[in-house]
Design a protein around this ligand. Structure first.
Ligand code: TXA
Ligand code: MG
Length: 356
């Protein structure tokens, strides 16, 4: 059912109290509010109300077996949602909350059943964006919020992106400009030993290990899921973050990547196709000159995968907007934020990786 969508600009550092109360009222009445977090924009509903949560799945076209993250504004709310808070969770919350870390803990069954998609665990996080925190604290509710995009599409890093995907499907969008981290939170399962990273994100594996020692990576963080390799995070098996055009990643030593990518992109240009390239700053001018593609999106210097991660989704959307027929992307080193960046890029590419 189509609804009227209100679109409100808010000051990211100091949101106006009237706008926050309006948003909180909508959540308390069972409506849908899209709001900025430090990672990506979220599509929020009251996590305790079955009907409200059902609207999230309907608005996004999200498969019902993909559980949602519950957002809280206060640490004490976690105790109301889980049956146990292990000491490692305490350590992690103290160091990384508010921030881009989601913890999977044993559920006490209080959240709406659709939130956990029938699992006996619940994923919780406290975002650090001032608008998200203000909303959660004024609403005094745990808020289920997936990324505010249509299922399968790149996640929104601007309120405008939410409007493009979800106009007529949500009650209110809070626009506060670009998000800071640009890829989603790290999802860490603390119900297994050692703890397992189900999805790499804004908090790095290196930072987690400094705090709690060894963590493992779900194998599908780096590899394509297959019949014998099912991800433990149910949502990770679906095609995700995908631009409209096919996307190919070229991976290897930087100079070899540059040559092969230019050759492949050059062939496509010669066939009259609209080619887009996602490039590091170091190689962008080379591609422009050698390939003369329709579009080169610069993701930043190779030494700064965090910057590339922050720009990834907007770049994929830009390829769509420019009507690209085919997209080529350079691979990035998988350290720090580079692991999350490459994880999203591989999924967006449907695992088309050309090794050189
Ligand atoms: O940064 C973020 O986490 C953003 C912002 C809005 O907070 N939210 C987000 O939500 O990325 P979503 O729904 O797009 O991704 C949630 C991920 C999915 O991969 C889902 O399968 C996993 O978290 N997840 C949720 N609950 C889980 C659970 N109980 N066990 C395992 N994985 C879970
Ligand atoms: Mg998502």
């Amino acid at each position: 059912m189509r609804k009227r969508t209100r679109y409100c600009q808010v000051n990211p550092g100091q949101p106006a109290p009237q706008v926050i109360s309006l948003a909180a009222r909508i959540l308390r009445r069972g409506g849908l509010v899209a709001f900025p977090t430090e990672t990506v924009y979220g599509l929020g509903a009251n996590a305790l109300a079955e009907k409200a949560v059902a609207k999230i799945f309907a608005a996004k076209g999200r498969p019902p077996d993909n559980p949602l993250i519950v957002h809280v504004g206060y640490r004490r709310q976690v105790a109301e949602l889980v049956s146990e808070i292990p000491p490692q969770a305490e350590l992690l919350m103290r160091r990384f909350w508010p921030g881009p870390l989601t913890l999977v803990l044993p559920s006490n069954g209080r959240v709406a059943a659709a939130v956990t998609a029938g699992l006996d665990t619940v994923a919780v996080r406290m975002p650090r964006h001032p608008v998200a925190l203000a909303l959660l604290r004024v609403a005094r509710l745990p808020v289920a919020a997936p990324s505010a995009n249509l299922s399968g599409r790149p996640s929104p890093t601007l309120g405008r992106h939410v409007l493009q995907d979800l106009r007529g499907r949500v009650d209110l969008i809070l626009e506060a400009g670009s998000t800071e981290v640009g890829v989603e939170s790290t999802v860490l399962d603390l119900t297994v030993r050692p703890p397992m990273v189900l999805r790499p994100g804004g908090v790095t594996v290196e930072e987690l290990e400094e705090t709690i020692g060894e963590v493992r990576l779900d194998p599908t963080v780096r590899e394509a899921p297959g019949a014998d390799l099912l991800p433990r995070s149910p949502g990770m098996k679906y095609r995700h973050y995908a631009p409209r055009a096919p996307l190919y990643i070229v991976q290897g030593e930087p100079e070899a990547v540059r040559q092969r990518l230019a050759a492949l992109a050059g062939e496509a240009v010669a066939k009259g196709r609209r080619v887009a390239i996602l490039a590091s700053d170091e190689a962008a001018a080379f591609y422009r000159e050698r390939v003369k593609p329709h579009l080169v999106e610069c993701l930043g210097p190779r030494s700064d995968p965090a910057q590339a991660a922050a720009r990834l989704y907007a770049s994929l959307k830009s390829c769509d907007r420019h009507g690209a027929d085919v997209i080529f992307a350079e691979a990035w080193p998988e350290e720090g934020l580079g692991l999350a960046l490459m994880n999203r890029l591989r999924k967006a590419a449907g695992y088309h990786v050309i090794a050189v």
